[in-house]
Design a protein around this ligand. Sequence first.
Ligand code: GTP
Ligand code: MG
Length: 239
Amino acid sequence: RASVKKITTGSQALDGLLGGGIETRTMTELFGEFGSGKTQICHQVSVNVQLPPEKGGLSGKALYIDTEGTFRTERIKAMASALGLEPKDVLQNIMSIRAINTDHQIAIVEELQDIIAKDNTIKLVVVDSITSHFRAEYSGRENLAVRQQKLNRHLHQLVRLAEIYDLAVIVTNQVMARPDMFYGDPTVAVGGHTLYHVPGIRVQIKKSRGNRRIARMVDAPHLPEGEVVFSITNTGIRD
Ligand code: GTP
Ligand code: MG
């Protein structure tokens, strides 16, 4: 694991939970309820990956697959300015692609192989969210098996990209917070499961007071379990 590199999230506490930051060669799943901050973290890491290594980045570019139309150029610019980076340059180094349905989302990831093979400066791939189109198109119990099969294949393709090209992959997954339905298993919630059958790191994001958020590491193979607090501020993700 010596060759794994890390991208800072902007919060030392969150980096600490992640063993230094978002890892290359790994898929990181951010799951949590609406408004918990999954998209904000994706935006911040897309900016931070562009920082030089001494500042917690990889001097790399990001590819952002947006399935919900929530990518915000203004937010990227604000985060870039806060780090003393040129907003226009930072925006240019984030290729955002709007995926309109599952087939489109899958096709985009299949084409990434060629794009990344030609451009080894891409160090981060985001899929925000990985599950929304799948849930909408394959709703109902009778479609569950097909949905899981398609989603699994899609996820494994992303994991392979991370491993082959030494880049970080972040996927988000909205999971409703309904404590009464947890049945004691934190990885099972209403509206879906975390992606427990795919190798990678799973982090639950929970709302706390005001702009505070709680991140919890879930069954990571090489990281200790634990919880930390971070904030979503006007300048981005911070302690
Ligand atoms: P879903 O996609 O609905 O599942 O939610 P999410 O987990 O992606 O939440 P998201 O990352 O969109 O977080 C939204 C929250 O981030 C808002 O409720 C705000 O608290 C915070 N936020 C977003 N933009 C800003 C901003 O410009 N300034 C500050 N201070 N907070 C912001
Ligand atoms: Mg979101």
